[in-house]
Design a protein around this ligand. Sequence first.
Ligand code: ACO
Length: 435
Amino acid sequence: MDDKKYVNAQITDKLDESSLPVLDGTLGPAAVDIQTLYSRHGLLAYDPGFRSTASCKSSITFVDGDKGVLLYRGYPIEELAEHSDFVEVAYLLMHGELPTPAQRHEFDAAIGMHNLLHEQIMTFFRGFRRDAHPMAVMVGVVGALSAFYHDVMDIRNPEDRLRAAIRLIAKMPMIAAASFTYSAGRPQRYPNNKYDYSSNLLQMMFGAPNQEYAVDPVLARALDCILILHADHEQNASTSTVRLAASSGANPFACIAAGIASLWGPAHGGANEAVLKMLMEIGSVENIPKAIARAKDKNDSFRLMGFGHRIYKNFDPRSRVIQQQAKNVLTHLGKNDPLLDIAMRLEEIALKDEYFIERKLYPNVDFYSGILLRAMGFPMNMFTAVFAVARTAGWVSHWLELQHESHGIDRPRQLYVGSTLRHYPGERQPKLVRK
Ligand code: ACO
């Protein structure tokens, strides 16, 4: 027997002074309420990476990673991707119900009212280097929105909160598009309310101000589908970042900028860019076995990008929808992308390989989304920016939900493993010695 101590967690219906309550949700595993663990037992819970921690109660999105299920407000993602559109999904996430025709009309009108940027914001873009990554520009510009709308909003006022949420959803396409057109040295088109949300993003990205832009409905539908699939994913890193930042009562534009910063990382929203780079590096179907061998080699840092997920230990339901969309768009455009062939063969080989089977590593949403976005003409460094446009709907919904929580500022604790108390040496001279 080692000298470690253990806590034996047992679920029982007996209540004694060491009992901790078990909370049931409507779906998914129950949670032990450890809020009084420290005050009653002097213990902290240690869970780096939050693998077993429910950081909040939420009624927005449900994920069952073992079964490959994703629900927005109870609706399966596959049904929403097939029958809904992004604006309706944004409304659903924010309000909890699908809109009536009158509510939808009002919501569209509000987005149409707020989708322009203050002209002074356009000067921010010019301050960035032309070769800056669009995500770096978006972090800066979205954060800067807080300097424009801070004084006119009171986060205790529900109407002000809703207006801030709609402003963010409405302005994000132009911010994303301008991050790209600025780097390409192209003049920026404005949103036009004759277009739907996704068509507007397309025309602002790819259109020129001196010409009509004919929106391809197949591409607009595919983009809308991408936005729906990426709109929310419960307490992922960027959403948790938004919630943590917002728990202090911070300005919502600044909180969303924090979410964009978190999303940018290659283990999160940057993965679709990383997938495409990996597929290009693999180069041909013949090189796949070598890539698989590298991914399995523990001495090699190479991982199969777009494979594996912290929550999904089964097919990511979004990956099937996006694979189908990628095939549709390539067929519609008459394009034959060799990277799609490599991706499909890679998936086939990996799914039969013991290493991936044992570890339950399946393709995630990012595995095919890069191929789809590339086919639509999006440059690689814009992939995560499109993800950020979509996820804004989820971030603002979580921000709105959080305003009703009463636990105050989030303040995680730590297991301290640093030096114990020691004293500053009295004889030490900390002054800078000039030679
Ligand atoms: N390629 C090769 N091996 C992998 C991969 C991969 N893509 N993903 C996980 N593994 C292995 C790990 O090396 C580990 O092996 P071991 O048990 O022998 O040590 C095992 O599978 C478990 O891996 P973890 O890192 O513990 O799994 P975790 O759930 O923490 O990681 C993550 C999830 C970060 C997504 C990981 O699978 C990964 O890096 N994938 C590639 C990046 C990617 O596609 N990210 C997008 C996520 S989806 C999104 O953000 C929308």
